[in-house]
Design a protein around this ligand. Structure first.
Ligand code: APR
Length: 320
């Protein structure tokens, strides 16, 4: 069986980390693509030289030519600019929208059968625009946010309850912004709901509310500390989990930005919801029942995504 091919569009912090993880996990051969000459080639050479130590055979190459992504099975997009302190994800919109146009056209011309995972921010708008520019089926283009946001939530909950993070299962819905919706009702420790853990004295509602808030601004906290860019290890790990579910037809249930066509009362928008990822891409969108509070919060989050799309359409008339 021929090796799978993973194309990474954007060879910056996340792109390099993605390549490292994909090689260590033996997902396939890897192409790092970037507009900057030398960076993808240099990172590819450096990463290739991990092979003898780690014992992986992946062929890792760097390129500035979209032709080299031809035949990719999975494409992960991080091209664009990242946040600096004081910037919101939405501040990136104008620059990254133009980048999505170039990337979408590059994918359409060279790898239209790929499963595409977008990470570029502002995520929910960029994945929508990337799908529009590429023309790929909606089931083959998803956005990575929910896995990351849930991982952040789970990490904080595990610390609070002082339990293994392996046993924490948490859930974040909505847009990948300050309005995201960590859903307590579906967050558990080995099946025990957070509300029960509060009742048992593991924590208090006030402390959990603070964790919800910290999760919402989890990316900003890291931007504030790094000062020169945004998070990259956990975003890369999260996208790789999605890629693995596709490549190995695992049918994992993961929160991700998927194209909604009426689910949750939302039409033609990418919003974070639970989906099943398998060999056909987004195989199912799962519509869970929500409390009134979660519904209200989701509506606020959806409105924020809608506003971003209005801004996208104003910048690029072809999207209107
Ligand atoms: N085509 C391909 N690559 C591009 C393009 C383009 N048109 N424009 C910029 N790039 C490249 C840059 O040259 C850089 O190498 O994208 C890379 C981005 O890397 P970083 O600046 O290190 O950003 P990173 O931390 O990887 O984040 C990328 O993901 O989480 C989001 O908000 C984050 O939008 C940002 C993206």
């Amino acid at each position: 069986m021929a090796r799978k091919k993973i194309a990474l569009i954007g060879a910056g912090n996340i792109g390099g980390t993605l390549a490292h993880l994909a090689a260590l996990k033996g997902l396939g051969d890897i192409v790092l693509f970037d507009v900057v000459e030398g960076v993808p080639q240099g990172k590819a050479l450096d990463l290739s030289q991990c092979g003898p130590v780690e014992g992986f055979d992946a062929r890792i190459t760097g390129s500035n030519d979209y032709a080299d992504i031809a035949g990719a099975d999975v494409i992960i997009v991080t091209a664009g600019v990242a946040r600096k302190p004081g910037m919101s994800r939405d501040d990136l919109l104008g620059i990254n929208l133009k980048v999505m146009k170039a990337v979408g056209e590059g994918i359409a011309a060279n790898a239209p059968d790929a499963f595409v995972i977008c990470i570029t921010n502002p995520l929910d708008a960029m994945v929508w625009a990337l799908r529009e520019f590429s023309g790929l089926p909606h089931t083959k283009v998803v956005g990575m946010a929910g896995v990351l946001d849930s991982a952040r939530f789970s990490h904080f909950l595990a610390e609070e309850f002082q339990v293994s993070v392996k046993d924490v299962n948490s859930f974040v819905l909505g847009g990948h912004g300050d309005t995201m919706v960590p859903v307590l009702e579906y967050s558990t420790v080995s099946g025990i709901p957070v509300s029960d853990l509060i009742a048992m004295g593991f924590s208090t509602r006030e402390r959990i509310d603070a964790i919800v808030q910290r999760t919402r601004s989890g990316g900003g906290e890291i931007v504030g500390l790094l000062k020169t860019g945004s998070a990259f290890y956990a975003p890369a790990t999260s996208a790789i989990a999605m890629a693995e579910s596709y490549l190995y037809d695992k049918k994992r249930v993961l929160p991700a930005a998927a194209h909604l066509t009426g689910q949750y009362g939302v039409d033609d928008l990418y919003v974070g919801v639970p989906i099943i990822i398998g060999k056909d891409g987004v195989e199912k969108i799962i519509e869970i029942s929500l409390t009134d509070e979660a519904k209200t919060n989701l509506a606020v989050s959806v409105d924020a995504v809608k506003e971003l799309l209005v801004a996208c359409k104003a910048i690029d008339g072809s999207l209107a």
